[in-house]
Design a protein around this ligand. Structure first.
Ligand code: BDR
Ligand code: CA
Length: 331
C-alpha cells in the first residue's frame, strides 16, 4: 500500500516572491527525493504582476531541472490595482536577479489560466491532489466561482495567510495574501470546512539565516542554483533588516515554507480548530482575519489554524531536504 502522507500530489499556487522561492525549492527537493509529485505550478498575481510571477515560476523550474512541469498564468484581479510587494521582493519578485538566470521557457501568452488548470486537475483526480497556496487566493476563488464545489475535490488545501493574535505585515491588522484579495480569501474559507492555515503567528518565527543558506549551497557553491540562492538570500536579508522583521538576525522570513512544514513534518506545528472570518469591508481593518477563542464549542469551524511552531525541528528538515536539490544539481 502506498503511503499518501509521504508522497502527496501537489499543485503549487504561488506569486514568487523571495520566500515563495525558498518554499518552491524545498518542494522540488522533496520531489527529487521521490517524496512528492508536483502536478502543476499555478502562478498568481500578488507580490508582483501575473506576467512576472509566471516567468519566475518558469525560471525556477528550469534552474532546478524541472522544465517539464506546467505553469498556469495568474487570473487577473478584478477592480483597481492595489499595491504589490516589489519593495520587499525586488521589482521582479526575485531580488532583481531574474536577468542572471536562463530565460523562461514557458510561454505566458499561450499558457492556460491557473483556475482552469486547477479545475481540470481536481476533476481528473478527485480527492488526490493537495493545493499549496502561498500567494493571494485569486486563482482558487476563480476556480470555485467557475465550477462551484471544485475546491472540495482537493485532498487538502494548505494556505499561507492571515494574522490572528499578532499584527499584520501590510497594515496593522492584515497579512498580505489575505489583504490583496479579501473576497477571494473569504470564498476559499467558505469552500470547505478544513482549510489549513499558516498565519503570521507562526511564520514570523521562521527566520532562514545566511548560515543556513551557506549550509545548503556549500556542496556545490559554484552552481548557478547556489549562486542564485546566495544572492537572493542577501537581497532578502537587506529587506528583512530594513523592515525590522528578523530582530537584527541576518536572514529572511520564509512564511510560505510553513505550508510544506505542515505537509511533510506536521509534528513541528500545533494547530487550532477554528472558524476563520475575513474582514472584507473594514475601513481600517480590511483583510483582518479573526477566530473566536472564547471557550465555546467550535460550531461552524472551517479551518485548522497553526499557532505554534518548533523552529529547530522545522529548519533541520528544511535544510536537509534542500541540500538534496543542490548536491545533485549541475545547473
Ligand atoms: C506573504 O506575503 C508575501 O509577500 C509573501 O510571499 C508571503 O506569501 C507573507 O505575508
Ligand atoms: Ca507568497
Amino acid at each position: 500500500m502506498t503511503n499518501q502522507l509521504t508522497h502527496p500530489k501537489i499543485i503549487l499556487d504561488t506569486d514568487p516572491g523571495g520566500d515563495d522561492i525558498y518554499a518552491f525549492l524545498w518542494l522540488l527537493g522533496l520531489v527529487k527525493q521521490g517524496l512528492a509529485e508536483l502536478v502543476a505550478v499555478t502562478s498568481a498575481d500578488g507580490n508582483v504582476a501575473a506576467k512576472r510571477t509566471f516567468s519566475s515560476a518558469s525560471q525556477i523550474l528550469n534552474l532546478a531541472g524541472f522544465p517539464q512541469i506546467k505553469v498556469g498564468r495568474g487570473v487577473p484581479i478584478k477592480g483597481e490595482i492595489i499595491e504589490d510587494a516589489g519593495h520587499i521582493h525586488g521589482a521582479d519578485g526575485m531580488g532583481n536577479l531574474s536577468h542572471t538566470l536562463p530565460p523562461a521557457t514557458h510561454n505566458f501568452e499561450e499558457a492556460r489560466y491557473s483556475d482552469e488548470i486547477i479545475i481540470d486537475e481536481l476533476n481528473a483526480a478527485p480527492g488526490e491532489i493537495t493545493i499549496v497556496a502561498i500567494g493571494p487566493l485569486t486563482n482558487l476563488a476563480a476556480a470555485e466561482k467557475k465550477s462551484p464545489g471544485i475546491l472540495k475535490k482537493a485532498k487538502e488545501i494548505v494556505i499561507m495567510g492571515g494574522a490572528f493574535f499578532c499584527p499584520g505585515n501590510v497594515t496593522p491588522h492584515a497579512e498580505f495574501n489575505i489583504w490583496f484579495n479579501v473576497e477571494a480569501a473569504q470564498t476559499v474559507f467558505d469552500s470547505r470546512d478544513d482549510i489549513v492555515v499558516m498565519p503570521l503567528d507562526v511564520t514570523r518565527h521562521l527566520i532562514f539565516t545566511r548560515d543556513m543558506t551557506q549550509a545548503v549551497t556549500q556542496a556545490n557553491p559554484e552552481s548557478k542554483l547556489s549562486q542564485f540562492l546566495t544572492a537572493l538570500c542577501e537581497f532578502m536579508i537587506g529587506t528583512a533588516l530594513g523592515y525590522r522583521e528578523t530582530a537584527g538576525i541576518p536572514g529572511l522570513l520564509v512564511h510560505d515554507a510553513a505550508t510544506l512544514g505542515y505537509l511533510f513534518y506536521p509534528e513541528t506545528l500545533m494547530l487550532k480548530r477554528a472558524k476563520v472570518r475575513v474582514e472584507t469591508k473594514g475601513e481600517w481593518t480590511l483583510g483582518q482575519t479573526s477566530i473566536d477563542s472564547r471557550p465555546a464549542p467550535k460550531t461552524g469551524a472551517n479551518a485548522w489554524v497553526a499557532l505554534q511552531v518548533d523552529e529547530d525541528k522545522f529548519f533541520t528538515s528544511f535544510v536537509e531536504d534542500l541540500k538534496h536539490l543542490f548536491t545533485t544539481s549541475d545547473s
